[in-house]
Design a protein around this ligand. Structure first.
Ligand code: IFM
Length: 458
């Protein structure tokens, strides 16, 4: 088959994604208060280079220019996140100025015929709520629902596709067990409590959105990775893979889509008091109707039962394990480039939940970019995107209900604990001047989006 034969289904949605704290900047204007990430960044050593949410890509002030650029790139949808501490500073009263910013952003998108795909939580919990217990506290789920109500009441006339949470795995396990993300806690019991309270927050928020806005589709985004035992014949490696898969995938998928937690994972997490957080009625809320599932895919995990981890691990209760190095190309994050893993994730979801529409809500790569007279020739990133789109198309050919693809990311941005050193954007951002330069990958992606078909990397 020629590359140009790879045509996506009619109506396939092409977009790009960002998240509030990673691109907006303007962290202290119009009533916004601290999120856990503002506070986390202030602790020396937490973020490479001492970087923080300023200036980011100054998207708060430059969103009109950015939306025009999206239109020029032929994008039909923009996945962004809404900052909870703008809309309800300190998790308290509604802040009209915060809502007004997102109304202006959405109106500008709609004026350019670009669908707004907001996510309510991309990790910027108001610090005041963390001080009251954060996601380890049940009450945070109810505060999240209040925030969802205020947001959907204000913006529900303009937005159809809502996402509640982005990657609750990272929020719970990187934030509360490994401590490498905000709020920087290393307390496995708090992490497993956070899992349940994030999911409860999702269920409550989904209900709140449907109540506040008449025509909506509600989804959640999970980060999904095939987890492969290093030695498939080793019972110990198989068990580590089962445990990791349980924590990474099944602890979220099963309650959302089957209304129950996986029994083996519940048993594994009993030493951390997991099941005592689950109250009557919670699972009914969590498993309320889901209109779509967002899948974020970057790589796959190849896991061995041999010891290897040092320091606090996000893999609560898994015990000895390591990720043996394999001979595959890697991105600047050190992540293996494994497009076939994307096909496998999509096929797994389709086999288990055949009626659920799927969207790839993030996929992309950090590579070192050099800007010269001819712009940024990011051949590696372009090849990464092309190989993953082929893998996504393979899954569609095999019957997967994949409805759209958002590349991560529209803009270079604040890559959490890695700061600004890792660049995921298809558009280069000069953080001194805030000049945007579409990279080779952006131009290539624009051709794909416009043609609804893959075109060869040149
Ligand atoms: O930058 C992040 C994003 O915020 C969530 N998904 C993974 C991306 C790359 O690490």
């Amino acid at each position: 088959m020629k590359v140009t034969d790879i045509v996506f289904p009619q109506g396939f949605l092409w977009g790009a994604a960002t998240a509030a704290f990673q691109v907006e900047g303007a962290t202290d204007v119009d009533g916004r208060t601290d999120s856990i990430w503002d506070v986390f960044c202030r602790v020396p050593g937490n973020v490479v280079g001492g970087d923080c949410g300023e200036p980011a890509a100054d998207h708060y002030r430059r969103f009109e220019q950015d939306v025009r650029m999206m239109a020029e790139l032929g994008l039909r949808a923009y996945r962004f996140s809404i900052a909870w501490p703008r809309v309800r500073p300190d998790g308290g009263a509604v802040n009209q100025a915060g809502l007004d910013f997102y109304r202006r952003l959405i109106d500008t998108l709609l004026a350019h015929d670009i669908q707004p795909w907001p996510t309510l939580y991309h990790w910027d919990l108001p610090q005041k709520l963390e001080d009251a217990g954060g996601w380890a506290a049940r009450d945070t789920a109810f505060r999240f629902a209040d925030y969802a109500t205020a947001t959907a009441e204000a913006l529900g006339d303009r937005v159809t596709n809502w996402t509640t949470l982005n990657e609750p795995w990272c929020a719970a396990f990187l934030g509360y067990a490994a401590g490498v993300h905000a709020p920087g806690r290393t307390d496995p019991a708090a992490a497993v409590a956070a899992v349940h309270h994030l999911l409860l927050g999702h269920g409550l928020a989904a209900q709140a959105i449907r109540t506040a806005a008449a025509f909506t589709r509600v989804g959640i985004t999970l980060n999904m990775y095939p987890i492969i035992p290093a030695d498939p014949a080793s019972a110990a490696d198989q068990d580590v893979a089962r445990r990791l898969d349980g924590l990474q995938q099944r602890i979220f998928l099963d309650p959302l889509l089957r209304g129950e937690y996986p029994a083996d994972v519940v048993a594994d997490l009993e030493p951390f008091g997991f099941s005592r957080h689950v109250r009557a009625g919670d699972l009914e809320l969590i498993s309320g109707p889901l209109d779509m599932l967002g899948v974020n895919y970057y790589t796959e995990h190849h896991v061995s039962s041999r010891p290897g981890e040092t320091g606090p691990s996000p893999w609560v209760g898994v015990g000895d394990h390591s990720f043996p190095r394999r001979d595959f190309p890697r991105t600047d994050m050190g992540w293996e480039v494994r497009p076939e893993g994307l096909t496998s994730v999509l096929l797994r979801l389709h086999a288990q939940y055949p009626r659920l529409p799927l969207y790839i809500t993030e996929n992309g790569a950090a590579f070192r970019d050099e800007i010269d007279g001819d712009g940024v020739q990011d051949v590696d990133r372009t090849a990464y995107l092309e190989s993953h789109l082929r893998a996504a198309h393979d899954a569609i050919e095999m019957g997967v209900k994949l409805r759209g693809y958002f590349c991560w990311s529209l803009l270079d941005n604040f890559e959490w604990a890695e700061g600004y050193a890792k660049r995921f954007g298809i558009v280069h951002v000069d953080y001194d001047t805030q000049v945007r330069t579409p990279k080779m990958s952006a131009k290539w992606f624009a051709r794909v989006a416009r043609g609804n078909a893959l075109v060869a990397v040149r």
